[in-house]
Design a protein around this ligand. Sequence first.
Ligand SMILES: *[C@@H]1O[C@H](CO)[C@@H](O)[C@H](O)[C@H]1NC(C)=O
Ligand SMILES: *[C@@H]1O[C@H](CO)[C@@H](O)[C@H](O)[C@H]1NC(C)=O
Ligand SMILES: *[C@@H]1O[C@H](CO)[C@@H](O)[C@H](O)[C@H]1NC(C)=O
Length: 366
Amino acid sequence: MNLSCFSTCGIVVLLVLLFWGDVLKGPPKVYAVEEFEKHYIEWDDLTVADESDQGLDLDRRKPSKVIVVDKDGGGDSVTVQGAVDLVPEHNQLRHKIYILPGIYREKVRVPKSKPYISFIGEEGRASETVITWHDKASDKDTEGNEIGTFGTASVTVESDYFGAREVTFENSVVAIPGTNNMQAVALRLKGDKAWLYRVRILGTQDTLLDESGLHFYEGCFIQGSVDFIFGNAKSLYRDCILHSVANGSGAIAANHRDTPNQDSGFSFVHCQIKGTGRILLGRAWGNYSKVAYSFCDFDDIIAPEGWSDWNSTAKERTVEFGEFRCRGKGAGRRNRVAWSKSFRFDEALPFLTTQFIHAYQWLLRR
Ligand SMILES: *[C@@H]1O[C@H](CO)[C@@H](O)[C@H](O)[C@H]1NC(C)=O
Ligand SMILES: *[C@@H]1O[C@H](CO)[C@@H](O)[C@H](O)[C@H]1NC(C)=O
Ligand SMILES: *[C@@H]1O[C@H](CO)[C@@H](O)[C@H](O)[C@H]1NC(C)=O
């Protein structure tokens, strides 16, 4: 046997072995397209209208189902919860819940077992497409126990890959300064990997419970008075309006990062802070609270000290509160607490882009 036969025969033997393996195993597994595609959110997931079809190859669109919610009875459900209930458990397919304009007075829960759900309102009609409820922390459950802040949410989303576009989430309780247990959450978002686009989130105290996961809020309007964006998610808020209705005092961001190795924090980029009430940029709820405002526009309502350590001087050494190139009448940093930072570019950089929320792993923007 010469050398060339040795190598040729070797290859033949190898090929036979390889194919024999396949023969034993049966035909190779054919993966459904969704099995490769499901682990991200893209613009198409926030779209039901035909606009996105133009010029696009329809076959390339991800398969999805649309459920129409119409309070007047013309759709698949008259309530939003009714539509969520129509989605099968452990579904793999994007379900787009298309909500026609109207006031939907109900408490809604999207359970952990129902990923890939989008709430979509009609374009340009977010303020007419409202899911609203009115629980507050001191309210009692059926056993007579206080429901507490986390239980107050008008809409609770526990599942991953949630999307929302042009709808309003509201808690209509108005917290009166000096009273206790008036916390009233409009939206509680604890699922991982969510994209909210032009969504309105309205309340007073504790409006948005940004609880856990990676979240992208784009072009949203968020209203409140005290700690109105709070929780331990890792979120990028871009081009959002943060609207203060604080009465006397208040705070925007209460981030709950508690240990140095938690990958969480809030980053506000190109946002506007407006409204009526004097307000702090943030308070140190967690010991390692992390909040940044970059390229934002601050109206004349920011409390000059800017930030609060939540009565714990120890936190001043461990929190990371920074501002980078913000402008407007409230942006002067002369009277800011000394332990907050005027970021250098390299310090601001990790907060500036969608890399902050590891978007390359799950967010496919148009
Ligand atoms: C502000 O709070 C005070 C009580 O501290 C209350 O009397 C007043 O009505 C509130 N104003 C608004 C606009 O809510
Ligand atoms: C935060 O820091 C305080 C003071 O050092 C400590 O007592 C507390 O246990 C810490 N909290 C957490 C959740 O680690
Ligand atoms: C901080 O302490 C002051 C004075 O004791 C108190 O009025 C205020 O409610 C405290 N704030 C927090 C967030 O605990």
